[in-house]
Write a protein that binds this ligand. Structure first.
Ligand code: PLP
Length: 405
C-alpha cells in the first residue's frame, strides 16, 4: 500500500460515493476531514472518562482533568510554546479574536486609536475590530494589495502613526492561499513598538508554526481546519499579554475567590476559560496535532504545494479560467472563476460529479470588492488529496465549462 493510500485509509469519510462518483473533497479551507485517531479520541473520552473537569475529587473527574490539561501540553509543545498556560482553549479563531479585541478594549485601546489590517482579511479579523472602532471612536487602516494580490508591504510605513495600537493580519489568505511575510510585518511593528496578532486559521493546517520563533503577541487558530473537531481552537498569548490582557468573559472556573463585593481571578489560561470548556474538543485537538506530527507538517506543506502548482498549471491551460493570486508561494488554496459564469453554477455542477468545492465570497467581501467580483470558486487541499483527483477535477471542469457556454 502506498504512503498516500495509508493516509487516505485513516479518513473513513473519503470512502464514499457522492452523486454516484467517488467523493473528491476540495473544501479543506472551510474544514478538513477527521482521521480515525481523532474520531476515536473523542468517542473513547465519552465511553470511558466523561466527567466535568478541574473541581472534582472523584476519579473520573481527575482523569478528565488530566486528559484536558495533557491536551493543552501536547498542543503547546507542538507549537513550541514554553509555558502551556499561554495556550487558551476557545471555540475557534473567531472566538479567540473576539477575546483579544474585548480584552484590549477594556483599557489598552482608547478613542482615536488605530488598528492596521490587510485587505485580504477574513471577516472574523475585521468585524470585531470594526465594532470596537465604531463604538469607541477608533479607526481601521488597511494595507492595500499589489496587482498580483500580494500585500503591499511598502505601504505599511505610511499607515503607521503614534495612534497605531496593533497590526492584526492573517498568515495565509483563506481566499487566495497567499502567504504573508510575517518577518516583514514584524520589522515594521517592532520598530514602532506595535503588538501583532497573527490569524493562523489557514496557516496552522499547512505550515510549521513555531511560536517562539514567530514571536508575535497573539496567535489564533481553529482545530477543525487542522484535522481536529469543530468548536475548539486556541488563543496563544505572549507572556506579557498573559499577564496583562484583561479578561472580558468572566464566569465559573476563571476565579480564585469570589465574594459579592469582589472577585480575585485565577492566573494563567483558566482566567480566560469560563464555564465548562469543550473537553472532548481539546482532547480531539491534541489527537489531531499528534496526527499532523505523525505525517510531518513539512511533508504536508510539500504535498499540498505540489498539488497547488500542479492544479494551477493545468487550470492556466484553460482559456476560460481566471485564477486569482497566482503564485509559487501558496498554502493549499486556489481561487478561480470561469469567465462569464457565476461561481455558484460552477460549484453546483462540480458537485454533480462528487467534487466538493466552496463558492462565494469566502467571508472576504472587502477582498471581493478589491477584485471587483461577486465571488470565486475555491479549491483547497489537504494531505489526503491526490493528483488523480486533480486530473478528474480538470476533466469535469472542462465539461462544466462546455455545459455552461
Ligand atoms: C483566515 C481565517 N480567519 C478566520 C477564520 C474563522 O475561523 P472559525 O470559523 O474557525 O472561527 C477563517 C475560517 O475560514 C479563516 O479562514
Amino acid at each position: 500500500m502506498t504512503e498516500q493510500n495509508k493516509i487516505r485509509e485513516q479518513f473513513p469519510i473519503l470512502n464514499q460515493k457522492v452523486n454516484g462518483y467517488d467523493l473528491i473533497y476540495f473544501d479543506n479551507g472551510a474544514t478538513s476531514q477527521k482521521p480515525v485517531c481523532v474520531i476515536n479520541s473523542i468517542s473513547d473520552f465519552y465511553k470511558t472518562s466523561n466527567s466535568n473537569i478541574h473541581r472534582g475529587v472523584h476519579t473520573l473527574s481527575r482523569t478528565a482533568t488530566e486528559l484536558f490539561e495533557n491536551a493543552r501540553k501536547t498542543i503547546a509543545n507542538y507549537f513550541n510554546v514554553k509555558n502551556d498556560q499561554q495556550i487558551i482553549f476557545t471555540s475557534g479563531t473567531t472566538d479567540s479574536i473576539n477575546l483579544v479585541v474585548n480584552g484590549l478594549a477594556k483599557d489598552y485601546l482608547k478613542a482615536g486609536d488605530e488598528i492596521i489590517l490587510s485587505a485580504y482579511e477574513h471577516h472574523s479579523n475585521i468585524l470585531p475590530w470594526q465594532m470596537w472602532a465604531q463604538e469607541n471612536g477608533g479607526k481601521l487602516k488597511i494595507i492595500p494589495l499589489l496587482e498580483d494580490e500580494s500585500i503591499n508591504y511598502d505601504a505599511i510605513p505610511s499607515l503607521i502613526s503614534d495612534k497605531t495600537k496593533l497590526i492584526a493580519i492573517t498568515q495565509v489568505s483563506n481566499t487566495l492561499g497567499l502567504i504573508t511575510d510575517i518577518e516583514k510585518i514584524k520589522s515594521f511593528a517592532q520598530k514602532n513598538n506595535i503588538p501583532v496578532l497573527l490569524d493562523g486559521a489557514q496557516s496552522a493546517p499547512h505550515m510549521l508554526i513555531d511560536l517562539q520563533k514567530l514571536n508575535v503577541d497573539f496567535f489564533v487558530c481553529s482545530a477543525h481546519k487542522m484535522y481536529g473537531p469543530t468548536g475548539i481552537g486556541l488563543l496563544y498569548l505572549s507572556e506579557k499579554w498573559l499577564r496583562e490582557l484583561p479578561i472580558s468573559k468572566p464566569g465559573g472556573g476563571t476565579i480564585k475567590t469570589v465574594t459579592f463585593e469582589k472577585t480575585e481571578y485565577a492566573e494563567g489560561a483558566l482566567r480566560f476559560e469560563p464555564g465548562t470548556p469543550n473537553i472532548s474538543g481539546a482532547i480531539g485537538f491534541a489527537a489531531a496535532v499528534n496526527f499532523i506530527k505523525s505525517v510531518g507538517i513539512q511533508t504536508i506543506f510539500e504535498h499540498e504545494n505540489e498539488l497547488v502548482q500542479y492544479a494551477q498549471t493545468k487550470m492556466s491551460e484553460l482559456p476560460e479560467v481566471i485564477i486569482y493570486g497566482v503564485s509559487k508561494h501558496k498554502a493549499g488554496v486556489i481561487s478561480f472563476n470561469v469567465k462569464g459564469q457565476h461561481p455558484f453554477d460552477v460549484g453546483t455542477l462540480l458537485d454533480k460529479y462528487g467534487i466538493a468545492v466552496r463558492t462565494g465570497h469566502h467571508c472576504t467581501q472587502p477582498l471581493m470588492q478589491h477584485l471587483k467580483i461577486q465571488g470565486t470558486v475555491r479549491i483547497s487541499f489537504a494531505i489526503y488529496n491526490t493528483k488523480q483527483e486533480i486530473d478528474f477535477f480538470i476533466e469535469k471542469l472542462k465539461k462544466v465549462i462546455t455545459m455552461l457556454s
